[in-house]
Each structure stands twice: as C-alpha cells, then as structure tokens.
Design a protein around this ligand. Structure first.
Ligand SMILES: [Zn+2]
Length: 207
C-alpha cells in the first residue's frame, strides 16, 4: 500500500476544492511544455532532492485516497529512510515555511517562476523559521541548488517516511517525474553524468 500523502496545505486544498466538483481529471491540468523553462534552460543543473532514495511510493495525478475516493496528488512521493538529507532542487529563495496537518513541516522555495515544495520534513517550523539538525532556514533566505535544506520526517499526513516533492510553474503544478526526466535527458545530451544527489557534506540526521 502506498504511503498516504496529501495536499500541501489547507490553503491549497481550499483552492482545489471547487475543482474537485468539476472532476479529478480536470484538477491535474496538463503541464506546460518544459521546452521553455524559466528562469533557466539548464535542467542538467537541477539536483535530485533526496539522499537515500528507496523508491517512488506515489506518483503525480489522480489516485485512490484512504477512503476509496479519487483524490488529486499534486506531487511525487519519494521514499527514503527517516532523517535522510533533503536538498534544494534549484537555487532559490525560501518563500514559505509550512506547519500544518497535511504537509506537516514543510518548505516552499521559489526559483523564478517555479515553486518547489517539500513536505513531511523532520524538525520544527514556526514564525517563518525552519530548523532541523544543522539546518536553519528563514523565510526570504536564499539557498543554492543542492544545498541541504532539511531531513525526511514523518510530519503531517503520512504513514511512512518520504518526501512529498511538488513543483509549480506559474502557479500550475507540474509532474515532478517530467522534471526529473528532463534533467536526465539534458545531461545525457551534454554527455554529463547523471544528476548529482545532494551534497558531499550532508549526513543523515541523528535522532
Ligand atoms: Zn505526496
């Protein structure tokens, strides 16, 4: 059974609710082509966000929820051991520090027209400040691509340790798997090694 995961925040859930009336298929709108990414056209520089990858436990799109109803899932669930380091997909700025019942402890980073969301983190979040082990991030703080930004936890609506990773472009959710494929294809065309996974200095969070 896939680990349960839910929408990133109550606010976003509220935005999605009217669309559920129209139908789950319409909720997940077709993603814009990745041929004109902003702010860069250098996908090979993106960083896979989790160290300790164990597998994908829930894909992007519609799926059956715990009650048997169809529900949207606007992200990719990446399973990893508890405390695994999480790295920023791209250079950006901390736009939001989340602490709610769905996403749990989480972060939204903005990179140009992209927002990337990280949910179910370890650590604490409050007053626009996120802390986990050596990580301390405040809203408005700049982060580099690949920078350690947190650790895999069990916060929010989840039944197992994983990262819920979401990517939005101009406010519309993208399938993160498409982003990863574009990263890999870009690197292959340049004869570069596969996307790096995190940084060399990161270590699992010690309990
Ligand atoms: Zn999820």
């Amino acid at each position: 059974m896939p680990w349960v995961c839910s929408e990133p925040s109550r606010r976003r859930r509220a935005l999605l609710t009217p669309l559920l009336v129209i139908g789950a298929l319409l909720v997940i709108a077709p993603a814009p082509a990745l041929a004109q990414p902003q702010p860069h056209n250098r996908w090979r520089l993106g960083v896979f966000p989790v160290t300790g990858f164990l597998g994908y436990t829930s894909h992007y799109g519609s799926r059956l929820g715990p009650g048997g109803s169809v529900e949207p899932h606007a992200g990719l669930d990446i399973a990893a051991p508890l405390g695994s380091p999480i790295h920023s997909w791209w250079t950006g700025v901390v736009q939001e520090v989340i602490n709610d019942g769905a996403c749990g402890v989480g972060l939204v980073l903005r990179s140009g027209l992209y927002e990337h969301l990280y949910c179910h983190l370890a650590g604490t979040a409050g007053a626009d400040l996120y802390r986990s082990g050596p990580v301390s991030l405040r809203r408005g703080q700049r982060v580099n691509g690949g920078q350690l930004i947190g650790h895999v936890g069990l916060s929010g609506r989840t039944s197992g340790p994983h990262l819920h990773w979401g990517v939005r472009y101009r406010g519309r959710w993208l399938d993160p798997a498409r982003v990863l494929r574009a990263m890999a294809a870009s690197r292959a065309s340049k004869r570069l090694p596969p996307p790096r996974v995190g940084g060399s200095t990161s270590a699992p969070l010690q309990p």
